[in-house]
Design a protein around this ligand. Structure first.
Ligand SMILES: [Zn+2]
Ligand SMILES: [Zn+2]
Length: 249
């Protein structure tokens, strides 16, 4: 791609996810034996053709990956309950088989086998620089977005199927009834304006946010809408690292 943009590019899922000597992915069947030893089922890559896919680039050693996992698991079950033509595939940057096994054992979806040659190819193809990263691929094999993680953080399961049109409508729906501007005790100098931001760190609770912020551009001050509505009520900070990322490698 001349401009380096993968958006809208169509892939042949079979050639993307299989290799010369492997035409399957793994599913952890939840049958745990002796702590971290478990059996995997082989799922043909062909079963995924025509589905909405999320490629989940992640690793057990990466704290932001572990922090994001429960959010993704929750969204996964919710989406899956509504549309079975959906799947997540774990693409591991783990450093050894044991860490892969331990991490994958907590995931209800599929994985590329540990150490598979396709991993480096996929990381390059989708320009994965930091993890966790979620790439959404649509039913005809097109790249829908490389920002699916932000969309899940902003909308949860409602982000599905991650298309621009759908997310736009969801954003508007979410902001219905919110004021365009407000005053907050957390930033008495200026009015805060409801603004769309890709990602930000909330100056109220210090946690990351995505999508809507009550924002003072002049001071680079952001509040989650929730934190802005709560005013100066103290919000707890449990040190979650959901919005951060680790260097791939
Ligand atoms: Zn906040
Ligand atoms: Zn200000």
């Amino acid at each position: 791609m001349a401009n380096g943009d993968e958006h809208g590019v169509t892939h042949d899922l079979l050639s993307l996810l299989s290799s010369a000597d492997r035409n399957f992915l793994l599913r952890n069947n939840g049958d745990q034996v002796n702590n971290n030893y478990y059996f995997c089922i082989q799922i043909p890559v062909a079963d995924l053709v025509g589905k909405n896919i999320l490629l989940y680039f992640s690793a057990h050693w990466c704290p932001p990956c572990r922090a994001f996992l429960p959010t993704l698991v929750e969204a996964y079950h919710e989406i899956k309950a509504k549309d079975d033509a959906f799947e997540v595939i774990f693409i591991s940057s783990d450093r050894d088989q044991d860490s892969f096994d331990e991490f994958f054992a907590t995931m209800p979806w599929l994985a590329l086998p540990f150490g598979d040659s396709r991993k480096a190819f996929l990381s390059r193809k989708f320009k994965v620089q930091g993890i966790p990263m979620l790439v959404a691929i649509g039913p005809t094999g097109q790249t829908v977005t490389r920002e699916a993680r932000n969309h899940i953080m902003a909308h949860g399961a409602k982000a599905y199927p991650f298309t621009e049109e759908h997310l736009e409508a969801e954003s508007e729906e979410m902001a219905k009834g919110w004021p365009e501007k407000l005053k907050s005790a957390l930033h008495e100098k200026h009015e805060l304006v409801l603004s769309k931001r890709t990602v930000f760190v909330c100056d109220g609770c210090r946690k990351p946010g995505a999508l809507w912020s009550f924002c003072c551009k002049e001071c680079d001050f952001d509040l989650h809408p929730k934190c802005a509505f709560e005013g100066d009520k103290k919000t707890e900070n449990d040190g979650k690292q959901e919005g951060e990322e680790s260097k791939e490698g």
